[in-house]
Design a protein around this ligand. Structure first.
Ligand SMILES: Nc1nc2c(ncn2[C@@H]2O[C@H](COP(=O)(O)OP(=O)(O)OP(=O)(O)O)[C@@H](O)[C@H]2O)c(=O)[nH]1
Ligand SMILES: [Mg+2]
Length: 281
């Protein structure tokens, strides 16, 4: 069975999308980078710096409602020392996006300064949202516009083109497909991105990913696991999943359905049922 180190997972369509995004960038005043608050470093798309250089950048953290609040607070402080002042909220909350929309409309470009000198009204601002798959780029656009204009689904690769969306009278935003780095040096990052739902589930072997996550929980969030399933960690991961299958009464052909126990643990992390958990330290 393939291990996390042997996976070839960079999808070909992303290379084409990067070329199209480069074209769209020529029409943009700035870039909105969206990252997942549960893994601010692993989900940060700094590999896109080479194509976004020279553009105004706004960093937004999604899924703050699912992240460990203490860990995330500490990470925000660290980011501020690096000059990054992130906006962070549950992107599905339309009211929280209002300040950000005002900020986007207020950003001044060199072109704006020329218009102001001539006494002309300022042209509309254009941005593009960038980030890894499934972080909430389309959700963000919908919440700012107040309407469901961009397609949203809890799976990576939902958005496949770059429609320009009218968000307000002053701001237009290009939606964009999620982009991954072609080669992450730290293979743990790929595992974290799979846990977040930013890499297709089929890319990583279920056993390797669920064992990785179970060991992580045992070390960092044992109480979340125990409170949710009312079982203790066993000697091996396999035995713990067996206990989980029994506790949940997952049976297939008269046998404990361990695969279903593994899938359940990953799903309950992704949808927040396991509680607020951060993957990056
Ligand atoms: N709990 C929570 N869920 C969110 C948040 N933002 C987005 N989601 C959910 O995350 C899932 C993915 O959202 P999308 O907006 O489709 O993500 P995307 O980045 O456009 O994804 P791709 O187009 O596939 O790259 C959806 O189920 C959203 O409801 C958030 O801040 N909190
Ligand atoms: Mg999308």
């Amino acid at each position: 069975m393939a291990t996390i180190n042997e996976i070839n997972w960079f999808p070909g369509h992303m290379q084409k999308a990067i070329r199209r995004i480069q074209e769209k960038l020529k029409q943009c005043d700035g870039v909105i980078e969206i990252c997942d608050a549960r893994a601010p470093y692993s989900s940060y798309p700094d590999y896109l710096d080479k194509i976004t250089q020279g553009k105004v950048k706004v960093v937004v953290f999604s899924k703050v409602d699912l992240a460990d609040p203490i860990v995330f607070q500490k990470q925000c402080e660290e980011l501020k020392t690096k000059g990054i002042e992130p906006f962070a909220y549950d992107l599905r909350d339309k009211r929280s996006g209002k300040d950000l929309l005002r900020y986007l409309a207020s950003i001044k470009t060199s072109q704006d300064n020329r218009y102001l000198k001539l006494g002309f009204p300022l042209p509309v601002k254009r941005f593009i949202v960038l980030g890894i798959p499934n972080v909430g780029k389309s959700t963000f656009i919908n919440s700012l516009s107040g309407k469901k204009k961009a397609a949203v689904e809890n799976r990576p690769g939902k958005t496949r083109s770059e429609p320009l969306i009218h968000v307000s009278d002053k701001v237009f935003i290009f939606d964009a497909p999620g982009i991954l780095e072609p080669n992450y040096e730290d293979k743990n990052v790929i595992a974290k991105l799979a846990l977040l739902g930013s890499v297709k589930q089929e890319i990583l072997p279920l056993i390797a990913l669920s064992d990785y996550f179970l060991e992580f929980l045992q070390e960092k969030y044992p109480d979340n696991f125990k409170e949710r399933y009312h079982i203790s960690f066993q000697e091996t991961c396999e035995d713990t999943f067996l206990a989980l299958a029994k506790a949940r009464q997952f049976y297939l052909n008269g046998q404990e359905d361990i695969q279903r126990a593994r899938i359940t643990l990953l799903k309950e992390f992704r949808d927040g049922t396991l509680g607020r958990i951060s993957l990056d330290e």
